[in-house]
Design a protein around this ligand. Structure first.
Ligand code: FAD
Length: 528
């Protein structure tokens, strides 16, 4: 008999909920986590200004009405410390830590076909066996660390937003460089701008950002708490796993210019990621997208005093929404201060790092601290970092030309290995809490089904997988999403195959498909 019914890799929101659900079934489960505590993303990413882009009343667990009622969020968008307190509260409330091994990294998974179990090897040299493994390893948990010549010679401090020191970093009065202007970069730049002596920002691609319009939410929280079950149900069926009033949205092609302007302004004033839901065809129709993109460009131009600088900060090379949109609180205004400057690395490429700073083009920018906000090896990075073997092949080899999954939940040839928010599921295109809970519930029900029918093994039929991979690609190709060199495409990682990885068909649609498959006796899976 294997040591455990299940081993769960990762103690972020996914792994914690998965542990809770399996315990309820009476399964023996152990979580293995590389970090020193619970929280995943919110444990690692402690950089200044780190904050959620999804509203806190949506970005929270829905599985326990008591938990929903007892936790009070203070702001529309929760900060990293507040989310981390919430995760810690959850871990304590359900006594989860007694089944978690911290500070331990899973290095290898080996499927034993005869024993019908995985051997899980960790970096402390130990190995454990389990009937199934659930990879709750996160879509954005492996940092992308581009090489910069001379980095080791830099005499000052270097920090990555994705592994920010727990004790914090004193940046007051220092000369600071930030490399990267995605979500983490934007948040960091905005937060540190007022305290540093000088700030030089190195930008490859400008981001579309929409104001957060953050603030206290006491009244709204009371109102939602009074109807949380109904509220959650709507989110589960919504396109991006949170409510954007999309039923009220029209197609751009059917809208007159006045309506277009009014709707863009309304969404702009509401703030947040729902901007991409202004028109139903915004991510499909180039004209619709251009109208929404241009509206944002105009707002950026209004915020930045220097028109030449504004031109550099305005995104022009990709459609809005085809790369992860940012939610900001004064990012563009930061550049109106004399001590803040921008280097467009397309014009002045970073040539090397010296003991004193960064050489871009012909200029050496002397700094005391360099902050790397260079993103993640998204969606496949954490799985590919593990040596996963079954039947003479590795998952890494199988996925060399891009991930191949059935429903983003399993991959053919790798029995009893489940993924939470895996590639080819909505994952990073959604409010992740909705997608995480849905996957954990689906996996839990599948394991219950196996148990109830005295079955030991589940894996996708290769034909069903092929069909799903083609379907997800076909849907993506109907949209503007694959036109951008985004991390959704793996374009930020040198050598990574460019394949659009998330399922773009919407959270509600995806749920209907997966529910249907479960109720039709797991159609497309082999259960033995
Ligand atoms: P994670 O939180 O990534 O946890 C995975 C855990 O697995 C990590 O702790 C990691 O250490 C561990 N792990 C990985 N591999 C191994 C291994 N081999 N061995 C042992 N342990 C391992 N999503 C949203 O919906 N809205 C947002 O606004 C939002 N903001 C974000 C901001 C940042 C800065 C980042 C990085 C991500 C953000 N996300 C956001 C996505 C976020 O990752 C998810 O919302 C969610 O936290 C994922 O939870 P998870 O448990 O699936 O994965």
């Amino acid at each position: 008999m294997p040591d455990h019914d299940a081993i769960i890799i990762g103690a972020g929101f996914s792994g914690l909920y998965q542990l809770h659900r399996l315990r309820e079934l009476g399964f023996s489960a152990r979580v293995i986590e590389a970090g020193g505590d619970v929280g995943g993303t919110w444990y690692w990413n402690r950089y200044p200004g780190a904050r959620c882009d999804v509203e806190s009343i949506e970005y929270s667990y829905s599985f326990d009405p008591e938990l929903e009622q007892e936790w009070d969020w203070s702001e529309r968008y929760a900060s990293q410390p507040e989310i981390l307190s919430y995760v810690q509260h959850v871990a304590q409330r359900y006594d989860l830590c007694r089944d978690i091994t911290f500070n331990t990294r899973v290095e290898a998974l080996d499927w034993d076909d005869e024993a019908e179990a995985w051997t899980v090897t960790t970096d402390d040299g130990a190995s454990r066996t389990a009937r199934c493994v659930i990879a709750a390893t996160g879509c954005l948990s492996v940092p992308s660390t581009p090489e910069f010549e001379g980095r080791e010679d830099f005499a000052g401090e270097q920090h990555w937003t994705s592994s920010w020191p727990h004790e914090g970093v004193d940046l007051a009065g220092k000369r600071v460089a930030v490399i990267g202007t995605g979500s983490s970069g934007l948040q960091t730049i905005t937060a540190i701008g007022p305290v540093v002596r000088s700030l030089v920002v190195f930008q490859r691609t400008p981001s579309y950002a929409i104001p957060a319009r953050n603030g206290p939410i006491d009244e709204r929280l009371r109102e939602v708490k009074a109807r949380y079950p109904e509220f959650r149900e709507l989110s589960r069926m919504a396109r991006i796993g949170m409510q954007c009033g999309e039923d009220d949205a029209n197609d751009y092609v059917d809208s007159d210019p006045e309506t277009v302007q009014r709707e863009l302004e309304r969404r702009w004033l509401d703030g947040g990621l729902c901007y991409t839901q202004t028109f139903r065809d915004l991510l499909r129709d180039a004209d619709a997208n251009e109208a929404a993109s241009e509206y944002l460009r105009e707002q950026i131009r209004r915020k930045v005093d220097d028109p030449e600088l504004a031109d550099k900060l305005v995104p022009t090379t990709y459609p809005v929404g085809s790369k992860r949109m940012c939610v900001d609180t004064g990012y563009f205004e930061t550049f109106n201060h004399d001590h803040v400057s921008l280097v467009d690395i397309n014009e002045e490429p970073i040539r090397r790092i010296t003991p004193r700073g960064i050489v871009a083009g012909d200029t050496e920018h002397q700094v005391d601290v360099i902050i790397f906000a260079t993103g993640f090896d998204a969606m496949t990075g954490a799985l590919n970092a593990i040596d996963i073997r079954s039947g003479g092949q590795t998952l890494r080899e199988k996925w060399a030309s891009g991930p191949r999954t059935y429903l983003g939940l399993m991959s053919a040839g790798f029995p009893n290995l489940f993924m939470i928010t895996g590639p080819q599921s909505p994952s990073v295109l959604s409010n992740m809490m909705t997608s995480i809970e849905y996957h954990v519930d689906w996996v839990t029900n599948a394991l219950q089904h196996l148990h109830d029918h005295a079955l030991h093994r589940m894996e996708p039929d290769p034909a069903a997988e092929e069909n799903w991979v083609n379907t997800t690609n076909d849907i993506a190709d109907l949209t503007l999403m694959p036109t951008a060199a985004s991390w959704y495409m793996g374009a930020n990682i040198p050598g990574k195959k460019r394949v659009f990885m998330p399922f773009v068909g919407g959270v509600g649609t995806y749920k209907q498909v997966c529910d249907g498959i479960a109720t039709s006796h797991y159609h497309g899976f082999e259960l033995t």
